[in-house]
Structure formats: structure tokens, C-alpha cells
Design a protein around this ligand. Structure first.
Ligand code: NAD
Ligand code: DAU
Length: 340
């Protein structure tokens, strides 16, 4: 396939989108990127600091606004890569409206615009959560054939977005590909998510809230490995296919909390078991054999190397963390955790 040189990236001021933009600029030396992002509470222009402005242009806009999307895509693109989403499960439990709007309606607006602007390929960044929860057996894994069983409003909205991609391909012949990844960790992750929440709390000697019995399992991957997988799928994935992305790195939440506290030199007594998340999925575990076999993708980071780099980034970027934990975050934290 001809190299993808003009990219239209949505949600590129967020955690994974900004890592993807950095990686694409490095890996495709002559690519040009339009980064289209509404800058919700999770979007942060600090995440784009230092990028080459001749090759990266930021446009503030909402993916649900078809005029704004069409205008930003006026010159077409080789690929649309859709990261823009409401991404936090707990927020979707408080209120699902924004999730349906951005994740479902916004995806359809982008699919329509991609067709109108004759975009070659549409990459939908999805999640393992569309496949629901696995039993606690070590021979049960998500594959690309696993049924859709989304359990939270967030995962239901992401499943709906995948269906819309499938329909755009089947009905209109749009070239769509989907990636489904597990839990990302790394620099610039908004501190509402488990790992940066633990890190930022523990660094201030505040309690680390662990839901329920802490034995829920997540399959962790460094954000740059996820982004390398998305690049591979964008460039070489087969049209219409879905690729699961995972680093074979299952961990119980309480073990993750212990590792983080240990790496920071903080006592395990900071762990505080709190009320469980309603409908909390028990286990995610991804079989990544398809992307390994077809595209030769492999994670480059181990859990140990990735965690060490991540912790170093949070320690060295205390101002970024302090800004993220300000204002609206405080309100959200009080609503979610009360006084932990
Ligand atoms: P994030 O919440 O950090 O970033 C989301 C970005 O989307 C923000 O910059 C935000 O401003 C932007 N955005 C939100 N609504 C928008 C709208 N209406 N129009 C334009 N921009 C909008 O999310 P993330 O963790 O970086 O996740 C990115 C994508 O990857 C999401 O689609 C998510 O479902 C998917 N994903 C995330 C993970 C994970 O572990 N974080 C794992 C698998 C898949
Ligand atoms: O699996 C991929 C998904 O991973 C992505 O699609 C989502 O966008 C991303 O947010 C993430 O979803 P999770 O719900 O798994 O991530 P979160 O960081 O919210 O929680 C990870 C685990 O830690 C989960 O079992 C819930 C638990 N948890 C979370 C928080 C915020 C706690 O025990 N305490 C907490 O305070």
C-alpha cells in the first residue's frame, strides 16, 4: 500500500492520540498531520509541546460538528485515525450522554466526512472492553472472534462505533480497520485513570483507592507499543479487519498498586479498598496472535521497563500533574471518591 503521508488524527491532544502524533512524525518522516481535538477536560495542549509546526497543525473542533470536520478535512487525507472519545468508564456510569454523543454520533460524522473527502483508510481506535469480561481461567482470552458483550455505557458506545465502521464498509465500501487494545499506561495520561491516579496520589502521600477486592485483572500495555500497533494497522492492516493489541501482561489491580508503591518507595498501607465500581468487569486478557502473525508487531517495552519510564516521567513532570489535578478534576474526584 502507498505510504500514508497525510493524516487526520482526532483526539490527538489526549493521552494516546498525542503519543501517536509524536510517533507518526518520527516514523513517517515526510508525513503531515492535522490534529483535530475539542479540548475537553481530557485534552491538553501541553501534550503537544515541541512538535514541528510545519508538519503538525492543531485544529480545535468537535467531531460531532460536521461542518467543522469537513472544513478541517478540506484537503483530504490518506487516513483518518479516530482517537477522539469520552474514555473513562467511571464517568460513563455517572452520566452516559457525552459518551453516546462523541463516541457514536461523532464516529458517524467522521465516517461520512471520510467518504465525502475520499479518504483512503479510516482507522477506528477501539477497546478490548467491547468484548465484556472474561472468567478467571488462564485459558480464556479475547480473540477477534469473541462476541460483543459491552457492559458499561462507555464500552457500549465504543461497540456501537465499531458497528458504524462495519456498516460504512459494507454499505459504502469505505476502507475501515479497527484496533482493540487493553489498558494503556505511560506519560501524559489524565490522572482519573488507575495508574496515574495511584502515582499522583502516592507521590503526595495520599491514599490510593482500589475498587472492591482489588482482584480484577487488566492487561497492561505501554502507550508507545499501542501506537506502534496502530501505525502498523494503518499502513499494512487488511481492509475491513479488526486487530486485537496486547502485550500478554495480565495483572491484578492490587498487584499493580503494590508495584507502583514499591517503585516510589511508599508503604503498602497507602492502599485503601473502596466501594466497587458498579458492573465492574472482572478480567481482560488479549490474545494478540493475529497482529503478531500478520503484521509482525511485537511490544518493545516490558512491564518493568515501561513502568520505570512512566514513573520517571511523572516525577519529572510534577507541574503537568499539578495542572491536571486542578479545578474540575477536584470536583470529579470528590464526586467519585468522597473523602478517601
Ligand atoms: P483521553 O480521554 O486521554 O483523550 C481523548 C481526547 O479526545 C481528548 O484530547 C479530548 O479532548 C478529545 N475529544 C473528546 N471528545 C471530543 C469531541 N467531541 N471532538 C473532538 N475531540 C474530542 O483518551 P485516551 O485514553 O487517549 O483514549 C484515546 C482513544 O483510545 C479512545 O477512543 C479510547 O476509547 C481508546 N482506547 C483507550 C485505551 C486506554 O487504556 N486509555 C485503551 C484502548 C482504547
Ligand atoms: O481496557 C481498555 C480500557 O482501559 C480503555 O478502553 C479505557 O478507555 C480505559 O479507561 C481503561 O478502562 P478501565 O476501566 O480498565 O481503566 P481504569 O484506569 O479506569 O481502571 C483500571 C482498573 O483499576 C479497573 O479494574 C478499575 C480499577 N480502579 C480504577 C480506578 C480509577 C480502581 O481500583 N480504583 C480506581 O480509582
Amino acid at each position: 500500500m502507498r505510504e500514508m503521508k497525510k493524516l487526520f488524527v482526532t483526539g490527538g491532544a489526549g493521552f494516546i492520540g498525542s503519543a501517536f502524533v509524536r510517533l507518526a512524525l518520527e516514523e513517517i518522516p515526510d508525513c503531515q498531520i492535522i490534529n483535530f481535538d475539542a479540548l475537553t477536560y481530557a485534552g491538553n495542549l501541553d501534550n503537544l509541546e515541541g512538535l514541528d509546526e510545519r508538519r503538525h497543525r492543531f485544529v480545535r473542533g468537535d467531531i460531532c460538528d460536521d461542518d467543522a470536520v469537513l472544513a478541517a478535512l478540506e484537503e483530504g487525507a490518506d487516513a483518518v485515525v479516530n482517537f477522539a472519545a469520552e474514555s473513562h468508564v467511571d464517568r460513563s456510569i455517572h452520566s452516559a450522554g457525552d459518551f453516546i454523543r462523541t463516541n457514536v454520533l461523532g464516529t458517524q460524522v467522521l465516517l461520512d466526512a471520510a467518504r465525502e473527502r475520499k479518504v483512503r483508510r479510516f482507522v477506528q481506535v477501539s477497546t478490548d472492553e467491547v468484548m465484556g469480561s472474561l472468567p478467571e481461567r488462564d485459558d480464556a482470552f479475547f480473540t477477534e472472534e469473541s462476541p460483543f458483550e459491552p457492559n458499561s455505557p462507555y464500552s457500549a458506545s465504543k461497540a456501537a462505533a465499531e458497528h458504524l465502521c462495519r456498516a460504512a464498509r459494507h454499505t459504502h465500501g469505505l476502507d475501515t480497520v479497527v484496533t482493540r487494545c487493553g489498558n494503556n499506561y505511560g506519560p501524559r495520561q489524565f490522572p482519573e485513570k488507575f495508574l496515574p491516579l495511584m502515582l499522583s496520589n502516592a507521590m503526595c502521600d495520599e491514599p490510593v483507592p482500589v475498587y472492591g477486592d482489588g482482584r480484577n485483572v487488566r492487561d497492561w500495555i505501554h502507550v508507545e507499543d499501542h501506537c506502534r500497533a496502530i501505525l502498523a494497522v494503518m499502513r499494512r492492516g487488511r481492509a475491513g479487519e479488526t486487530y486485537n493489541v496486547g502485550a500478554r501482561n495480565e495483572r491484578r489491580n492490587v498487584e499493580v498498586a503494590e508495584s507502583v508503591l514499591n517503585a516510589l518507595g511508599k508503604p503498602p498501607s497507602l492502599i485503601k479498598f473502596v466501594k466497587d465500581r458498579p458492573g465492574h468487569d472482572r478480567r481482560y486478557a488479549i490474545n494478540p496472535a493475529k497482529i503478531e502473525r500478520e503484521l509482525g508487531w511485537r511490544p518493545l517495552e516490558t512491564w518493568e521497563s515501561g513502568l520505570e519510564k512512566t514513573i520517571r516521567w511523572y516525577k519529572e513532570n510534577a507541574e503537568w500533574v499539578a495542572r491536571a489535578r486542578n479545578g474540575a478534576y477536584r470536583e470529579y474526584y470528590a464526586k467519585q471518591y468522597g473523602t478517601t
